[in-house]
Design a protein around this ligand. Structure first.
Ligand code: S5P
Length: 452
């Protein structure tokens, strides 16, 4: 979702066009939400931005050579705005037939050389208004090539009406609303409570460590304007590949748990490696090594997973001391591999203490292969990366031990660098939309954290 889409959703809520409660809709069905976009037309800027989004949609659909027509009454301001902004002829559909003159339902047809019409409406609930209008265009031998609505709130797409495209779906608005509720107040509070200490940008930190992965990730975040790592905790590698081919361009890291995979296949793993190069993201195997040295080496290089052959990042619990990371330091490939130390955890009841975290930091400083920490806050200097799991905006936990915090909390207050989002993306209705939402939240929080 880009900032213009956010802006429109924000204005929909701020201009009271969306209400929660018990409502009966035009078609008689009950709903927990009420949407009436009429107030939006009070704001010329909103109309303009909506017209821009319509323009992008039309370009995407490659619709050309049409006249535009707003369905009465709610679609009319947008159709007229579009007509003026993009120099597109328009016609005018009446709500009731004219009682005098030509008795026509559609004005502006005389001498019109175009045969195609594109309809604009504000909200589609069942599609009845669109359907009812079609007869008038048919009568005038105008072909309706499609309709663009601002908000599609259909429970199901019955397929009765063809070519309806929307700028937003109800779920976009609901998702935005819950994000807003959970975070807006918090964001303001967080910013005002933040200390005066200023944060260095990712770019400014490049070179603060000799670790190549550290520098690569900082540059990558700047380039992609993303600090999002996605934890794809699926049991199918095929599914992971499929999803990565869609979201890979928006993330900087994919985190995997290869030992929960049921269809492991080294070839598929190589394809994921190829994808990671094409779409520029890093593969992080969340194996949390914590064995005696000799077993670690077998776990890392051998077994059926041969992690060292495809993982760029691996992590370590230091409960058994520094032997694993010592060994890793000798066998990793500094060109495109690095280690992360688990210094804090997100879940309830974990046994991490301040003292333990400090010892992890001290060990981290001694090994060139360590590029950062899995932590809930910035725990050392700018020469390490801080990756934070347990990120979510809607829920506080998962009914087990996981505890979530918002991207704002992690990036603005706790000063971490990369948010790791798992089920809040993988179990959402639309993986791509929630990836984009968390990307946007992560990046805007990071920018906000630089402001001081
Ligand atoms: O402290 C931690 C460290 C990790 S690596 N807490 C975590 O939850 N993780 C991992 O992050 C966990 O193993 C899982 O893969 C992911 C969180 O998933 P989510 O679905 O709860 O976001």
């Amino acid at each position: 979702m880009d900032s213009r889409q956010h802006y429109i959703l924000q204005r929909i809520i701020e201009l009271n066009c969306f209400k929660e409660g018990k409502f009966t809709l035009k078609n008689g069905s009950e709903s927990n939400y009420y949407i009436n976009l009429r107030n939006l037309i009070r704001e010329p800027e909103v109309i303009k931005v909506i017209c821009e989004l319509i323009y992008d949609k039309i370009n995407f659909l490659s619709w050309k050579d049409f006249v535009i027509c707003g369905l009465p009454y709610a679609g009319i301001p947008y159709a007229q705005g579009y007509s003026i902004l993009y120099n597109t002829p328009s016609v005018f559909l009446r709500k009731e037939q004219k009682k005098h003159g030509m008795n026509n339902m559609i004005d502006g047809l005389e001498g019109l050389d175009k045969k195609k019409v594109l309809l604009i409406d504000d909200v589609i609930t069942s599609g009845s208004s669109i359907q009812e209008s079609l007869v008038h265009f048919e009568k005038e031998k105008l072909e309706v090539i499609g309709t663009i609505v601002i908000m599609d709130r259909r429970i199901e797409n019955t397929g009765l009406i063809e070519n309806v495209n929307s700028l937003f779906k109800l779920e976009d608005l609901l998702q935005y609303n819950s994000y807003r509720k959970a975070n807006l107040l918090q964001e303001t509070q967080l910013l005002s409570s933040k200390t005066e200490e200023s944060r260095k940008s990712y770019g400014e930190r490049v070179g603060l460590s000799n670790n190549k992965m550290f520098n690569f990730l900082l540059n990558l975040m700047e380039e992609k304007k993303s600090n999002l790592a996605v934890s794809l905790d699926y049991t199918s590698l095929k599914q992971i590949y499929k999803i990565l081919s869609v979201i890979g361009e928006h993330i900087v890291i994919v985190k995997l748990h290869m030992d929960i995979i049921e269809d492991f296949d080294m070839d598929l793993c190589s394809q994921i490696v190829k994808l990671s190069k094409d779409l520029k993201f890093v593969i992080f195997e969340d194996r949390k090594f914590s064995e005696i040295g000799s077993i670690f080496q077998k776990q890392y290089q051998g077994g059926m997973y041969r992690i060292s052959e495809w993982a760029n990042l691996v992590n370590f619990h230091l409960i058994s001391g520094d032997s694993n990371i010592q060994l890793f330091d000798k066998i990793y490939n500094p060109e495109d591999q690095a280690g992360l130390l688990v210094a804090q955890m997100s879940n309830k009841g974990n046994l991490f203490s301040k003292d333990y975290t400090n010892q992890v930091i001290e060990i981290g400083k001694r090994f060139a292969s360590v590029c950062g920490f899995i932590s809930q806050e910035k725990i050392a200097g700018d020469g390490f990366l801080y990756l934070t799991p347990g990120i979510g905006i809607a829920k506080e936990g998962d009914n087990l031990d996981q505890q979530y915090k918002s991207p704002q909390q992690a990036l603005i207050v706790d000063g971490t660098d990369i948010i790791i989002v798992g089920r809040n993306i993988t179990q959402s209705k639309s993986i791509i939309k929630s990836t984009l939402l968390y990307k946007e939240l992560g990046w805007s929080s990071y920018l906000l954290s630089l402001r001081r």
